[in-house]
Design a binder for this molecule. Structure first.
Ligand SMILES: NC(=O)c1ccc[n+]([C@@H]2O[C@H](COP(=O)([O-])OP(=O)(O)OC[C@H]3O[C@@H](n4cnc5c(N)ncnc54)[C@H](O)[C@@H]3O)[C@@H](O)[C@H]2O)c1
Length: 416
């Protein structure tokens, strides 16, 4: 693996910052402190101090170290006080800036941070991302970014606002920052492979963890602890996990699919209301069909991959070297910071929202047994799927006690 040199993506100098600041000032975007000369220190905050959030924070610190930027962890936020304080303590954050509860994200966003890392369960992402953009923060947010169509559209809208404000937005669809994938994407974009005519994508593996509700525990606490079991929190595992593979399909094909028809079911899961497996024929238009399959059942054969069939091409292209320091999980933070420093902030909101919507479209197809059209999720306001809103919503969690959906059940496709 090639270490970043000052010539490529890492190693921005003060002169680079000054230049970038001038570019941005001219564009009216000079308020983003990461561009600004003389403020080399990055102030970061974390919303969602669980497994991935803590990992993303470590990745962010490693990225800053690699590119020679000072960094301070200014604040943490979590639904649970112990988690906010536990992560905060590890990174020297004073207890008064370790926020807990439903409005912890608002308190964190009111601090002096430049970048916020968002890694709660996906159902909260649209509200938290929108608030972060309105507060003028650069964002790294984990995938997926919504659980229903209005949520995915809200991410797209907030992403557009981020563009207007000159903010950087990178999503945890880390394959887009991974050497092998980026090189392949370059070949496709430059005509070295021909066009994609079909393919298959898979995330099939074992069951994830689950949690039981404790005696006397509120439904909100239970759902937040057991979020990978409830469609209302995770979107189902087709959205939560398989989104990575669907994202590669959208990226390589260059557009989202037009419809999905599929089937799935639940036989072995404990708790919640998700399916165990989904199998979908996605129609990407222009005669391109991709088979998508995902399964979470122990003791079954599996695999995580994307395979595409190409029409073929004789064109030879020189694929440039693509930096990847510390794996894609660190590189995505390097790319975020460097894009802002260079005055060309990355904005991945639309990509990740479309890939999340692709997975949501597949889930609605398997839950109902009906062909679901992309336009009914993004355009046709009269469609019943356009306004499909999973409840309790993120706002419901802020308003007061919520009631969990029925446990140990699932959707039944078809009509009696
Ligand atoms: N890119 C990847 O490869 C990858 C890998 C794992 C997880 N993820 C994603 O990261 C996200 C988090 O997953 P995880 O495994 O860390 O889950 P987790 O349960 O370990 O952590 C989630 C944390 O968010 C907190 N939280 C939930 N709702 C909150 C709210 N409203 N306000 C503040 N805090 C809240 C929880 O208390 C918990 O500490 C998910 O979207 C998941 O899909 C991505």
């Amino acid at each position: 693996m090639k270490k970043n040199s000052s010539k490529d993506i890492g190693g921005f100098s003060r002169r680079d910052f000054i230049k970038a600041s001038a570019v941005l000032a001219a564009a009216g975007l000079g308020t983003n402190r990461i561009y600004a000369a003389g403020s080399d220190k990055i102030r970061v905050g974390l919303i969602g101090c669980g497994g991935r959030g803590s990992g993303a924070l470590e990745n962010h610190l490693a990225a800053c170290k690699q590119i020679g930027r000072d960094v301070e962890v200014v604040a943490t936020a979590d639904w649970f006080k112990g988690r906010a304080e536990g992560t905060g303590k590890k990174h020297g954050v004073p207890a008064e800036r370790c926020f807990a509860g439903a409005d912890a994200y608002k308190k964190l966003l009111a601090t002096d941070i430049d970048i916020v890392l968002i890694a709660t369960s996906p159902n909260f992402r649209p509200v938290h991302f929108e608030a972060a953009v309105k507060a003028g923060k650069n964002v790294f947010m984990e995938k997926p970014v919504a659980v229903d169509p209005p949520g995915a559209r809200r991410i797209i809208a907030a992403g557009e606002l981020a563009k207007e404000k000159g903010l950087g937005v990178v999503a945890g669809t880390q394959r887009r920052h991974q050497n092998g994938y980026r090189r392949q994407a370059f070949e496709i974009e430059n005509g070295a492979k021909g066009r994609i005519t079909g393919g298959r994508v898979s995330w099939c593996g074992g069951a994830l963890w689950y949690q039981r509700q404790n005696q006397g525990e509120s439904d909100a606490d239970y759902m937040i602890r057991n979020w990978v079991s409830f469609t209302e929190m995770s979107g189902d595992h087709i959205v939560e996990q398989h989104v990575h593979n669907l994202d590669v399909a959208n990226w390589f094909i260059g557009r989202p699919p037009v419809s999905a028809l599929g089937f799935g079911g639940r036989a072995r899961r404990k708790t919640g209301n998700q399916f165990d497996f989904h199998s979908i024929d996605y129609d990407w238009g222009d005669g391109v069909h991709i088979h998508s399959m995902c399964r979470q059942i122990n003791g079954t054969d599996g695999g995580v991959w994307e395979n595409f069939v190409y029409s073929g091409s004789d064109k030879k292209v020189d694929v440039p070297d693509v930096p990847e320091f510390g794996g894609p999980y660190v590189q995505e933070h390097i790319d975020l910071i460097n894009s802002i420093s260079a005055g060309k902030p990355l904005n991945e909101a639309r990509n990740v929202a479309q890939s999340t919507m692709t997975a949501i479209m597949g889930r609605i197809a398997t839950y109902t047994g009906v062909t679901i059209k992309w336009d009914d999720l993004v355009k046709n306001e009269g469609s019943k799927w356009y306004n499909l809103t999973l409840k309790p919503t993120a706002e419901d969690f802020e308003k007061g006690p919520v009631t969990a959906p029925e446990d140990e059940t699932c959707a039944i496709p078809g009509k009696d």
